[in-house]
Design a protein around this ligand. Structure first.
Ligand code: FMN
Length: 182
């Protein structure tokens, strides 16, 4: 049986990002047969501009579109900036939403998780990411969502949090579009 490939879009670019570490942790937590790959080039994407899109699409955007096309699932792992998703993630979704109607996200099962050092764990960012990805054509798997507060727990070692993260990646990997539609 072929592996299920999950491509992860990390919403933070900083070297010591907690969300990046969560994304890396998911590779360990994923069930057998599930490959987790982080998209490493989001910082190379120019701001989305319809003038740049077309025959000579920027190479970073073309590479990201190819990665998403080859993936079976897409997972955003993101903090919240000013009550919504960070611009780097929003920009990636914009590139993946075009060409209109046939963007790389179209029909792709999509989940969102993340952590912030607030009581709410970034839930506004996660809601906005899910809505935006859905408008871009992704199939949002709402049960995946984890908005984890990092205020009182070490999210990388706490057993209950790790169980929640493992559940998220398992739910996304096992999502069955046919069963959901039935
Ligand atoms: C520009 C900016 C805006 C932020 N706004 C929010 C916010 O609205 N809600 C929130 O929970 N945290 C907010 N934070 C705090 C981030 O959640 C926190 O820095 C988090 O650790 C960033 O994730 P990272 O560790 O993956 O980089 C903000 C941080 C920055 C830099």
């Amino acid at each position: 049986m072929t592996n299920t490939r999950v491509l992860v879009l990390v919403g933070s670019l900083r070297a010591d990002s907690l969300n990046r570490r969560i994304a890396e942790k998911l590779a360990e937590l994923a069930p057998a047969g599930v490959e987790v790959e982080i998209a490493e080039n989001l910082h190379e994407l120019p701001f989305y501009n319809e003038d740049l899109d077309g025959e000579n699409v920027p190479s970073a955007a073309a590479a990201l579109r190819d990665q998403v096309t080859l993936a079976d699932r897409v997972l955003a792992v993101t903090p919240e900036y000013n009550g919504t998703m960070p611009a780097v993630l929003n920009n990636a979704i914009d590139w993946l939403s075009r060409p209109y109607g046939v963007g790389a996200l179209r029909g792709k099962p999509f989940g969102v998780i993340g952590a912030t050092p607030t009581p709410y764990g970034g839930k506004w960012a996660h809601q906005d990411t899910a809505r935006s990805a859905g408008i871009a054509g992704a199939v949002v798997v709402e049960d995946v969502t984890v908005s984890q507060s990092a205020l009182e727990v070490d999210v990388l070692t706490d057993p209950a949090v790790l169980e929640r993260l493992a559940g998220a990646i398992r739910t996304l990997a096992e999502y069955d579009a046919d069963a959901a539609a039935a």
